[in-house]
Design a protein around this ligand. Sequence first.
Ligand SMILES: Nc1ncnc2c1ncn2[C@@H]1O[C@H](COP(=O)(O)OP(=O)(O)OP(=O)(O)O)[C@@H](O)[C@H]1O
Length: 311
Amino acid sequence: MEPAIVIKDLKKSFGDKKVLDGISLTIPKGTIFGLLGPNGAGKTTSLRILSCLIEPTSGEVTILGHQISKNKEEIRKKIGCVTESPGVYDKLSLMDNLEFFASCYQIPKAKRASRIEYLLRQFDLWERRNDPAGRLSKGMKQKLSIVCAILHDPEVLFLDEVTANLDPVSTRKLKDLIRDWAASGKTIIFCSHVLAEIDELCHEFAIIKGEVIRLTTPQKFREEWTTYNVLLDVGSDSQKSEQIIKASEEVEEYKRTEDQFHLRVANPKTSNPQLIKKLVAADITVNYITPISVSLEDSYLSLLNQEKEAI
Ligand SMILES: Nc1ncnc2c1ncn2[C@@H]1O[C@H](COP(=O)(O)OP(=O)(O)OP(=O)(O)O)[C@@H](O)[C@H]1O
């Protein structure tokens, strides 16, 4: 797939403090790409460089074929950025804020009114259009900053902790929108500390800590940290069951706790029916057999612990 963003050996220091130490990533078009990492890992710094707000110390970023070192103007027209602190003008009304951003983005006058109304209605802000932005609640202000960032229909979007102040209904709506944007070919970089959101939304994600320490997909990452992927409950005949489990080529590893077995099987879809057949043939009652899934959060914490132990 054609890349939307190519980051090559990106470095950034503030004085003698090294924050980014050689980040390289290629992000295909139409991807929702997660950026994860502990506090101070350099996520916001990366997004600020990608949004042309600050200069890198060295390295190169290419967005939609334009190099950031040579063609910021062209890049700015095609990107939108939402950070946790909404960059809207408190004294201006919602309409005036949006008129201002529309003129910055050089949106043709004929299109402005309909685009602004469409987005304000989409984000449930239309009724508040004449209020000063400073009177909005935190979540509403967050929505306004999203509207400002997408007003010019950018092809690449940087979203930093964008759901932080949103209620569950608004969060769900925004996630659906993000999926729609990606499906229409837009590329989204999504920074969040909410691991369930990364899991739910992102096609791929990177864990960074000054450098990229993992580049993977949510599913692969969860699988990597899953020791046992199936839970089997056999009622009272666990002794006999253990002999069968031990002898089964489907089972790679197992752990027994009373009448339950934690199993690792290569492919639960094909292995589980085989195993059930063998147990039932031996007259064993299978109470249930169910997949075990480790959350992305558990996997992430395990990785960080492993990193800590390695230091
Ligand atoms: N303008 C600046 N001057 C000096 N240091 C800075 C500046 N901006 C960021 N830093 C430092 O760079 C490091 C990375 O900050 P950054 O905001 O990129 O982290 P982050 O991964 O977004 O963290 P968080 O999850 O807490 O938002 C931090 O140590 C921070 O103090």
